[in-house]
Design a protein around this ligand. Sequence first.
Ligand SMILES: [Zn+2]
Length: 353
Amino acid sequence: MATTFDLISPDFLTITRNNEWHLDAFNVPNELYNVQVWDTGVIYFSPKNNASEQEQAFVFSSAIHGNETAPIEICTDIINGLVSNTLAIKHPVLFIYGNPAAINIGERFVEENLNRLFSGRHTKADPESNAALPFENKECERAAKLEEYVTRFFELHPQAERTHYDLHTAIRDSAHEKFAVYPFIHGKPWKKQQFEILRAMGVTTFLLMEKAATTFSYYSSNEHKANSFTVELGKVRPFGENDQTKFAAAKQTLINLLKGTNFDGESFDATNYQIMTVFREINKTDESFELSFADNVANFTEFKKGQELAKEKGEAIVANEDGEAIVFPNAHVAIGQRALLTVLPTDISNNLV
Ligand SMILES: [Zn+2]
């Protein structure tokens, strides 16, 4: 009988990179876990001693942007530990390397930003018949498949509390090195326990979104009621150039969650956090759009009221408030897309659970 090592050799990342858009599903014999490869970049582990399989279920995704290597390395280490049975875990987990073809070219995406294609954005309908049109590109098809896999995973563990961490690194420096985007949860309370788990990963800055989005984390949050976050762990670097010490706490926390460590939300103390909410979303509406600050200005840099943020059609777009801070600036988006967010601190003490 083939062993794990025969089937996943030399490792699942290499297999994934060798099969950019598709891999036929197969089961992998393993002593401790039911191991199933569902597609390229998609691997499921469930402990055979499955008394806990309905308590917690985790999705850890990386490489939704192909050049964000540190999260890929973190997940690869955990997967290797599970495949080789050197790591014992209690809860089922689905790992996803989002965009293998983009990993191979060392780019954010091939044709279209995968993290703008979820919650149905991957499929356009014919305006006359309302029938689904063919996918416009492979990233659209991949987003649709990833939604199916997340759905399948949570359906396998219907009683479990659901959690999805979509792991990224950012193009730009950040005044707060690590931060997480808490997708819009439609007025429901924010969870102290999740803040504490992310703090254990080294994340104390949170950006609370106030509207629906086409991101992977909003999809799993909204569609599957998962505790979902886009987690920015540091800065983009090529494979082999990541300082592992900066990611050790994040990796260990993910492992601890799988092992069954309980995080106590009662230790939550707002003074440990920088919690921000979106103040303005600035969209690019014309080819002339340009940012008024340099490429090396960090995310969460604060501006003073009246200071210029961007320029479009010769007109200045300025900060409306003192302390308005910039996040995710990108002048190179398509017309109509978001080129910049500004954020302000917020108090959430009246809506926490
Ligand atoms: Zn990213």
